[in-house]
Design a protein around this ligand. Structure first.
Ligand code: HEC
Ligand code: HEC
Length: 369
């Protein structure tokens, strides 16, 4: 889907299918109401459709085109799509017959990123860490011939910081919240690399493109209104596109994700590599949650993980913030990578200025062409 969008409005760098653009009010229309040739998945709410297709793609390690011709998604001309239908039925039967109808076996259980699941195991090649993990696993196996081992002591919740403390530490680590920013660098996707440039002021003023209007179109956002501006004129953005632009800009804004949803909590400390992270969990709705990983030592945001539970399995995407560098008093990530099920975007920042003087009208479209 992203490939389609990219062709229409290439500056919309974040997928419109991301969480913010999705949240649709209930009662919602389903695939059966709207799609042309859905046979098995008629009851799936529309907002879950694209994440579900992304989940399939991620499980097989492919893009939409393995099963579809873009623009003719309803067509059954590809054998792979027909096979996928059989697989959906097969997976349901497995879960119904073995797991009480719960979604336990998914496409990924077998496929693991391949179109041809490998039925033959690898030879033994565990490293030292994997060996330790494996010994722990053996120890944890319930042996009915032995008395039950006492449960491991729980990590005391009191030792965890509060949400407010995690965000305060982050704010300090980045050198305070800039009122405005200019970011420039290179954007890379599977289709290649190109320069990008972005201005923001507060959370709701965004300009993607150049201030000195060149040959490329730009997108501006002022509050709830947005426009694509070209040499020929301006076109208003629809609400989903506005959300897309705001999303794209939010990954550069310094106190990202600080607006707390209703259910936010510090879940615990997780180790990745040789760093420990305070994990903040945002429960967005019954299907979606977002996990924020803040470095315990530095307070900097390392990772954002979005999880979207669909009827076939959970679609995940991750944003990694790396290469923090201090420039003009602001300590911000200079490498941001977005990992999706079927795509990967990378921003390399080469120039970053904060608290620059910008006229708020910069974010309105010009009145004369
Ligand atoms: C492995 C195969 C496979 C992949 C990959 C796949 N799909 Fe599908 N898609 C299907 C199947 C199967 C159906 C029909 C489901 C049914 O009949 O209930 C479908 C149906 C659809 C439809 C409904 C079209 C209509 O009007 O009937 C859309 C839209 C769609 N897919 C979009 C996507 C997008 C976007 C992607 C990539 C993110 C994608 N699909 C990736 C197998 C796939
Ligand atoms: C129980 C294991 C299992 C599960 C679960 C499973 N598959 Fe498969 N799938 C296979 C195997 C095995 C093949 C045959 C691969 C081969 O021919 O080498 C296959 C083949 C396919 C193919 C054909 C690939 C090609 O290029 O020819 C598609 C498409 C596919 N599966 C989609 C799915 C989807 C979508 C799901 C989830 C709804 C799913 N599968 C769940 C085991 C599984």
């Amino acid at each position: 889907m992203r490939l389609v969008i990219a062709g229409v409005a290439f500056l919309l760098v974040m997928p419109l299918s991301s969480a913010a653009a999705q949240g649709a009010p209930a009662p919602e229309r389903t695939a059966g109401d709207v799609m042309k040739n859905v046979q098995l998945l008629k009851n799936v709410p529309l907002s879950e459709w694209t994440p579900m297709m992304q989940f399939i793609s991620g499980s097989l390690g492919v893009s939409c085109e393995l099963c579809h011709t873009v623009g003719k998604f309803e067509s059954d001309s590809k054998k792979t799509k027909l096979k996928a239908r059989e697989m959906i039925t097969m997976t349901r039967v497995i879960n119904d017959n073995n797991f009480g109808g719960k979604l336990v076996v998914t496409c990924n259980t077998c496929h693991q990123g391949s179109t041809h699941p490998n039925g033959t195991p690898k030879t033994w090649d565990k490293n030292a860490d994997e060996l330790t993990a494996y010994r722990n696993e053996i120890a944890a196996v319930v042996d009915t011939a032995k008395p039950a081992a006492p449960p491991p002591p729980a990590v005391p919740a009191a030792s965890l910081p509060t949400v407010a403390e995690v965000f305060a530490m982050n704010r300090k680590a980045i050198g305070g919240v800039p009122s405005s920013m200019h970011v420039a660098g290179t954007f890379t996707s599977i289709t290649g690399s190109r320069p990008f440039e972005l201005y923001t002021m507060g959370a709701d003023k965004v300009l993607i493109g150049s201030l000195t209007q060149g040959p490329r179109p730009r997108q501006t956002l002022n509050g709830d209104h947005g426009w694509v501006v070209t040499a020929q004129g301006k076109t208003p953005l629809n609400p989903a596109q506005v959300a897309g632009v705001r999303n794209a800009a939010s990954i550069f804004q310094a106190v990202r994700f600080a607006d707390a949803p209703a259910h936010r909590a510090v879940r615990g400390v997780e180790r990745i590599g040789d760093h420990s992270y305070n994990v903040v969990v945002d429960s967005l709705d019954a299907h979606q949650r977002r996990l924020l990983y803040f470095d315990v030592q530095s307070g900097l945001l390392y990772k954002v993980r979005n999880e979207f539970a669909t009827p076939l399995g959970t679609r995940v995407d991750e944003i990694l913030f790396e290469d923090y560098r201090t420039m003009n008093g602001a300590n911000l990530a200079h490498s941001i990578t977005l990992h999706y099920m079927e795509d990967r975007f990378e921003y390399r920042v080469t120039d970053l200025q904060t608290n620059i003087a910008l006229d708020p009208s910069t974010f309105d479209p010009p009145t004369h062409f």
